[in-house]
Design a protein around this ligand. Structure first.
Ligand code: ZN
Length: 253
């Protein structure tokens, strides 16, 4: 079963690449099939085997030898890893499918935010729709739990945005981040959302300092917050309850 999950993850990751590439351009993610961006040759099945085609072709287009971004196999391998980890935690259950979907959307959100500094509303809506299905299917949080999650996720960031725009006269938190965190709250319920939100502040802070320290980014550069929200949400989905147990037993004995 592990192998089946990994293969499914690789194939899903291949589709997520299409989403990352096309959604910002407003193109259909279903049609037409993939083509090389340089020579335009329509790719065949043998060119589209996740990770393996990239390795066999040594990272170059079969037809024009244009270099293929290493991000394609990275996204495929990452998606497979995340779906497999989710499977190890939740088994072959509805929750596995549910969280795999949520995490897949977050992979797309992260890379689009890095590329375009925006979080498409369509992806936020996809999460809202998933959460609604989750409410009906019963994913360990009731309908109200989802609403509390929505407030727990979106509320604090909304307040940060208001305060920073009033005090610093600049946008400290993008609207896309607020909507994303609210939608995640709606999907996860408030407990895991609080864990994700707090983690995102720490992870965002540490990685931002590293990016500045290593001069990869300079002061005043835009550092997308979406990827930090995504990483934190994945950790919360996989190990959030353990984080809560550890925290409660450490600080409230
Ligand atoms: Zn080509």
């Amino acid at each position: 079963m592990d192998l089946a999950v990994i293969v499914l993850g690789l194939v899903s990751g291949s589709f997520l690449n299409v989403c990352i590439y096309r959604i910002p351009k407003g193109q259909s993610v279903a049609f037409p099939g993939s083509a090389c961006p340089r020579c335009g040759t329509r790719l065949k099945a043998a060119d589209l085997i996740p990770v393996i085609s990239f390795l066999l072709l040594k990272g170059r287009c079969r037809y024009c030898a244009a270099p293929i971004s290493w991000r394609y196999p990275l996204v495929e391998a990452l998606t497979a890893l995340l779906m497999w980890l989710t499977y190890r935690v939740y088994g072959m259950t509805f929750l596995w499918a549910y969280y795999s979907f949520v995490i897949s959307v977050l992979v797309v959100v992260s890379f689009i935010d890095i590329d375009c500094q925006e979080i498409p509303n369509g992806l936020v809506l996809a999460l809202m729709a998933a959460g609604l299905i989750g409410s009906v299917a019963g994913v360990g949080r009731g309908f109200l739990g989802g609403l509390y999650g929505l407030l727990a996720g979106g509320g604090p960031l909304f307040i940060v945005a208001i305060v920073s725009s009033l005090m610093l006269k600049k946008e400290g938190m993008g609207g896309g981040d607020i909507k994303l965190m609210a939608a995640i709250g709606w999907c996860l319920g408030w407990r895991l959302t609080v864990v994700a939100l707090i983690l995102s502040i720490y992870i965002g802070g540490i990685i931002s300092l590293l990016l500045l320290g290593f001069k990869i980014k300079s002061r005043g550069d835009y550092i997308p917050y979406g990827p930090f929200i995504a990483i934190s949400t994945v950790i919360s989905v996989l190990w959030g309850e353990r984080v809560i147990d550890w925290y409660v037993s450490s600080f409230w004995g």
